[in-house]
Design a protein around this ligand. Structure first.
Ligand code: HAM
Length: 428
């Protein structure tokens, strides 16, 4: 009986895994260079943590279950809520700003397709403490720096604000819960339903068309901002939000980041309050969003003191796809660098000794199938192992045979110098 994988999940074979690790490593190195330190949280959480403020979109796609003690639990669909729970419970009194990064698997019960999985990985950051425009600009710049480090060429950064529309609605007396619902409808792109719902909330024709107009605004900074100001007219709170966005864009200038302004971004999560951004890799088609983030508020929802927070998460699997589509050459870990083969059982103890010594610095495989040298060599060659150490009668003179697999060249070398020679030749 063979078993297949659950729908929407994947296995990763060694070659692909090596590439994923190499890319993950690069992403981590950028996070670290921006002053972030890693945290990890459980794969499952109490269901209420996720339902507290994550939005319809995510809830509909949640994996949740009761455990044997009758507790309602959910597999995490994202990491911002877990990280903010961790912050409220354990890090509230730490010096600010707190810069936390994470890399972990997430689960969403969605219809699988290219770039959309039921288990996927996110690499993200949360910046806790500063509310300044430069702090938020730096979060955006960090996302961009990661893509530059990875060598991705085809991507578009779109920056917007959910604050503008939220404040517009708040000024009209629309409660927060209703605002979240409206933002969810906008995120799904259903403009007809939006019109209906706004009508139900009692918004006038003029107000509805102002909202529709603002949502359409996308393009260069100056054009979008002046049109938005014109549309918003005297709506004070919404205009203030627009001003905050402008300050972030000003701060972004010195980071040298290129972007489009897009006031139509609503995000699928309820906790966003102000600036939001998304990065798209157009070559990925329908699932082209490779990164999403913004400023949000969650600490007080989880019983903490209010604190300014912003962050983002990359869809790691989509990053891998985007890099491939862009033709970026990826190099994974080389795998086994040297194989040690004894000439028969009598040389096995010496071979073990040599392999153990080499493993201090090299990836070394020992022949443990008791194959004849010829067969072991053809295995090494089929695996692309670059060097083989043959352990035989030369050991009596403190020597072994070192074989260079690509050229076939073989020479006697001193055991004591073996590691040094291999490191030199393998270019480690
Ligand atoms: P999100 O936009 O829901 O935001 O997810 C972030 C990224 O995860 C998306 O841009 C996408 O690349 C990837 N992603 C989402 N669902 C899937 C899926 N089913 N398969 C493959 N990739 C997927 C968040 O999760 C926020 N927590 C981001 C954030 C951090 N905001 C503030 N801090």
């Amino acid at each position: 009986m063979r078993y297949s994988r659950p729908r929407g999940t994947r296995d990763f074979l060694p070659g692909e895994m090596a590439l994923r690790r190499a890319v993950e490593q690069k992403m981590r190195s950028v996070f670290i260079r921006y002053g972030y330190t890693e945290v990890a949280t459980p794969t499952f959480e109490h269901l209420e943590l996720i339902t507290a403020k994550s939005g319809e979109e995510i809830l509909a796609h949640l994996y949740h279950f009761k455990d044997k003690g009758g507790r309602d639990l959910a597999l995490r669909p994202e990491l911002t809520a877990p990280v903010m729970r961790l912050y409220v419970n354990q890090l509230q009194n730490s010096p600010k700003p707190l810069r936390l990064y994470y890399f972990g698997n997430c689960f969403r019960y969605e219809r699988p397709q290219a770039g959309r999985y039921r288990e996927f990985w996110q690499a993200g950051v949360e910046l806790i403490g500063p509310a300044s425009p430069e702090a938020q600009a730096e979060v955006i710049a960090l996302a961009e720096a990661v893509l530059r480090e990875l060598g991705l060429r085809n991507y578009e950064l779109h920056i917007g604000s959910v604050g503008v529309l939220r404040k517009f609605l708040a000024e009209r007396g629309v409660a927060e819960e209703e605002q979240c619902r409206i933002m969810g409808i906008i995120d799904k792109g259903d403009r007809e339903l939006l019109e209906e719902e706004l009508l139900k909330l009692g918004l006038s024709q003029e107000e509805r068309s102002t909202i529709a107009g603002v949502l359409e605004l996308t393009g260069g900074r100056d054009a979008v901002l002046s049109k938005a100001r014109e549309l918003l007219g005297e709506r004070r709170a919404a205009l203030e939000e627009l001003l905050s966005l402008e300050e972030i864009l000003d701060a972004l200038e010195s980071f040298g980041v290129k972007y489009s302004l897009n006031l139509g971004i609503a995000r699928g999560l309820d906790y966003y309050t102000g600036m939001v951004f998304e990065i798209y890799a157009p070559k990925l088609g329908a699932e082209k969003q490779i990164c999403g983030g913004g400023s949000y508020s969650l600490a007080e929802t989880f019983g903490g003191k209010p604190v300014a927070t912003s962050g983002f998460a990359f869809g790691f699997d989509r990053i891998m796809l985007a890099l491939q589509k862009d033709g970026v050459e990826l190099r994974g870990d080389e795998g086994v660098q040297v194989m040690v083969i004894p000439f028969g059982e009598e040389y096995l103890p010496k071979a073990v000794e040599i392999a153990s010594a080499l493993r201090r610095s090299l990836a070394c495989e020992l022949e443990v199938m008791r194959r004849r040298v010829k067969r072991a060599l053809s295995y090494a060659s089929s695996k692309g192992v670059p060097f083989v150490v043959l352990v035989g009668e030369e050991t009596a003179r403190g020597r072994v045979l070192l074989k260079h697999m690509r050229s076939g060249e073989q020479r006697e070398v001193e055991i004591d110098r073996l590691e040094e020679l291999l490191l030199e030749e393998a270019g480690v």
